[in-house]
Design a protein around this ligand. Structure first.
Ligand SMILES: Nc1ncnc2c1ncn2[C@@H]1O[C@H](COP(=O)(O)OP(=O)(O)OP(=O)(O)O)[C@@H](O)[C@H]1O
Length: 266
């Protein structure tokens, strides 16, 4: 029997010379290596290219350069294998409005199931667990299209969890979530990371991003900084990226970002 291949220490590696949307080059000369089994938050001003970067990392937007997933070129991975290894939640995802919530979450199991096969006991258990984790078990017989924004987001997060991927990418996962559900999301991310999953999230909520292991600061399509969320250099980069319209302070063992009024900006 062959020994198991060692787990790569880098989950996602990208060397992007440029990435275009239509005729416009959005990302430029961007190199990164995201540690496996950690949580990296992508932050930066509006229009910086955060969502574009996440789409490149997911293989949804071609780029001039290369993305590697767990040590292998993403572009060369068979579709089903890629779908099992890497789960994705985009912004304002549409589709499946008439589906029942439990069927939406079952879509997360598709990469694991043979074509047209009925769900296995494992699939059903994983879906129930994902619904429970995202506090949407009570919603399971409702139609996706009739849910509130926050309820819908929790269902889409449950679908993401149901994939049980080793690498999870989320674009603004906290959209529409109230504070208790944001706290649940944070606990879920911590549990995923503790279990060895790699999490990458685009976040506008800087206070949540400051809870991540690492922060990527993106501005004008370039990676300004990548570093631990607790490092002073990371805080300086964050403040610079937002034109010093935020300040970062220690509060009860955590870091928080506060907005600065224009009149008080440096
Ligand atoms: N379909 C498109 N056609 C043309 N330009 C686009 C398109 N999609 C995005 N862009 C542009 O690409 C740039 C980066 O967009 P992106 O959505 O990646 O930024 P972002 O950092 O995620 O922004 P936000 O914080 O506002 O969500 C923006 O200037 C945006 O206008």
């Amino acid at each position: 029997m062959r020994p198991a291949a060692p787990s790569p220490s880098i989950a996602l590696q990208a060397r992007v010379a440029s990435a275009r949307v239509g005729q416009r080059a959005i990302l430029h000369d961007l190199h990164l290596a995201l540690p496996a089994g950690g949580w990296s938050a992508i932050v930066g001003p509006n229009g910086a290219g955060k969502s574009t970067l996440l789409r490149v990392l997911a293989g949804l937007l071609p780029c001039e350069g290369e993305v590697q997933l767990l040590g292998r070129p993403l572009a060369g991975l068979p579709t089903r294998e890629r779908a099992r290894q890497l789960a994705w939640l985009g912004q304002q995802e549409g589709g499946g409005e008439d589906l029942q919530v439990q069927d939406v979450v079952m879509l997360g199991r598709l990469p694991h199931r043979p074509w047209l096969a009925a769900p296995t006991r494992t699939d059903l258990d994983v879906v129930s667990q994902a619904l429970r984790t995202m506090a949407c078990l009570d919603l399971r017989h409702r139609r996706l299209g009739e849910l509130s924004g926050g309820e819908r987001q929790r269902v889409l997060l449950a679908r993401l969890l149901a994939v049980q991927a080793r690498v999870v990418l989320m674009d603004e996962p906290l959209a529409h979530l109230d504070p208790p559900h944001q706290a649940d999301w944070l606990a879920t991310v911590r549990a995923l990371v503790a279990g060895g999953t790699t999490v990458v999230s685009v976040l506008h909520e800087l206070n949540m991003a400051l809870q991540a292991d690492h922060i990527l600061v993106v501005k004008a399509g370039r990676l300004l900084h990548f570093g631990p969320s607790r490092d002073e250099a990371t805080h300086r980069a964050l403040q610079a990226a937002f034109d010093h319209r935020i300040s970062i302070h220690p509060v009860r063992g955590q870091w928080i970002a506060l907005p600065q009024e224009a009149a008080h900006a440096d």
